[in-house]
Design a protein around this ligand. Structure first.
Ligand SMILES: [Zn+2]
Length: 77
C-alpha cells in the first residue's frame, strides 16, 4: 500500500491517537493503522474508525482512565 500524499511505503502499526467529541478529548491507544514511513500520514480502516466512534459513546471500562492535561496559551510565558 502506497501513501496517497507522498507515495511512500505504508506499514501496519499500532498507534495512539487523539480524537475530539462533544467537548471531550479522547486518547485512544493501540489503534491498528497503516503509517507512511516517509511522511507519517496515518490511514485507518473503516472498521477501526467505526470502533473509535463507538468507544467515545460508551462509559469507561476497567483498565481505562481519565488523565489531566495542561492547556497552555501560546502567547503566555
Ligand atoms: Zn506519505
Amino acid at each position: 500500500m502506497k501513501c496517497y500524499l507522498c507515495s511512500g511505503e505504508m506499514k501496519k502499526e499500532m498507534v495512539t491517537i487523539t480524537r475530539y467529541r462533544k467537548g471531550n478529548y479522547y486518547l485512544i491507544e493501540d489503534v491498528p493503522a497503516m503509517v507512511c514511513e516517509q511522511c507519517g500520514e496515518k490511514w485507518f480502516s473503516m472498521s477501526a474508525v467505526m470502533k473509535m466512534d463507538q468507544l467515545m459513546e460508551k462509559p469507561l471500562e476497567p483498565g481505562e482512565k481519565y488523565i489531566n492535561v495542561p492547556v497552555r496559551k501560546f502567547a503566555s510565558g
